[in-house]
Design a protein around this ligand. Structure first.
Ligand code: DC
Length: 226
C-alpha cells in the first residue's frame, strides 16, 4: 500500500502513536525535540527563571544531538539528548514553562525542521507538532489540525503529571497551557496556524478510541484516493 505523510498540528491530543503503530508508520513527536533542546538549555545555563541567553544557546546548537529510540515495552520511541534518555525529564512542568520561548528561536527551529524533513523522506510517517503541515511538510498528503478547549487539555496534562507522581496543581497546569498557546500562536517564526488544506478535528469530547477512529477514517479516505 502506498505510504503517505500524515501531519498533525494544533493543540495536544492523544492516541497518535497508536495510529502510527496500526498503520506500520513511524511516529514522531516533534514537541519532544523542542523540549529536549530546552532541557539542554537549562542544564547548560542558557535559560533560567529570569533569563534566556539566546546567543549562548545558538552557539551550542551544533553540540546538541537529538535521537529517538523505539522502546518496545512502552510501544513508542523515547527521546534521547546526546545519547541520554530524557523522556521523563522533558515532560516536567519546569520544561513546559520554558519550551515556548526556546521554540520561538529561529536557529533552533531550522535545526529541528531539517532533521524532521530528513525523517520523513521515506514517507510512512505520522508527525505531530505545530508547524508540520505549514513548514515541515507543506506537501503532506494528509494534514489534520487538532483543537480542544484549554481546560480540557489542561485536565489531560494534569492527569498525566499526577499519574507520574508530579506534585502540581491544576491551576498551574492551566496557566502554562494558556501561556504556551499564546506564545506558540504569536511568535514571528512559524506560528501555530492551521494550514489552508488541513482538516480540523475538535477532540474536546472524544476519547482515545474515538479520536483514533476519526483520524483512521481520514487516513483511509486519502490512501484510497491515491
Ligand atoms: O507538543 P508539546 O506540548 O510537547 O510541545 C512543546 C512545545 O514545543 C510547544 O509549546 C510548542 C513547541 N513546538 C513547536 O514550536 N513546534 C513543533 N513542531 C512542536 C512543538
Amino acid at each position: 500500500m502506498k505510504k503517505i505523510i500524515i501531519a498533525i498540528d494544533g493543540f495536544s491530543s492523544t492516541g497518535k502513536s497508536t495510529l502510527a503503530k496500526h498503520l506500520g508508520y513511524v511516529y514522531v513527536d516533534t514537541g519532544a525535540m523542542y523540549r529536549a533542546v530546552t532541557l539542554f538549555a537549562m542544564q547548560n545555563n542558557c535559560i533560567g527563571i529570569d533569563f534566556l541567553d539566546k546567543e549562548k544557546l545558538i552557539k551550542s546548537l551544533p553540540s546538541i544531538k537529538l535521537s529517538f529510540k523505539f522502546n518496545s515495552e512502552l510501544g513508542f520511541a523515547e527521546m534521547y539528548l546526546n545519547d541520554v534518555n530524557v523522556e521523563t525529564e522533558i515532560r516536567t512542568l519546569e520544561v513546559s514553562g520554558f519550551v515556548s520561548r526556546v521554540a520561538a528561536i529561529s536557529e533552533v527551529r531550522s535545526k529541528l525542521v531539517e532533521q524532521q524533513q530528513e525523517m520523513g523522506k521515506e514517507k510512512g510517517i505520522v508527525m505531530d507538532g505545530r508547524d508540520i503541515g505549514t513548514v515541515v511538510f507543506p506537501n503532506a498528503e494528509l494534514k489534520i489540525f487538532m483543537t480542544a478547549g484549554a481546560d480540557t487539555r489542561a485536565q489531560r496534562r494534569f492527569d498525566e503529571l499526577q499519574a507520574k507522581g508530579d506534585l502540581v496543581s491544576y491551576d498551574e497546569v492551566l496557566k502554562n497551557v494558556v501561556e504556551r498557546d499564546y506564545i506558540d500562536t504569536h511568535r514571528d517564526d512559524s506560528p501555530l496556524v492551521m494550514a489552508d488544506d488541513a482538516i480540523e478535528v475538535d477532540n474536546s469530547y472524544l476519547d482515545r478510541k474515538e479520536q483514533f477512529d476519526v483520524v483512521l477514517e481520514l487516513v483511509n479516505e486519502v490512501i484510497n484516493s491515491l
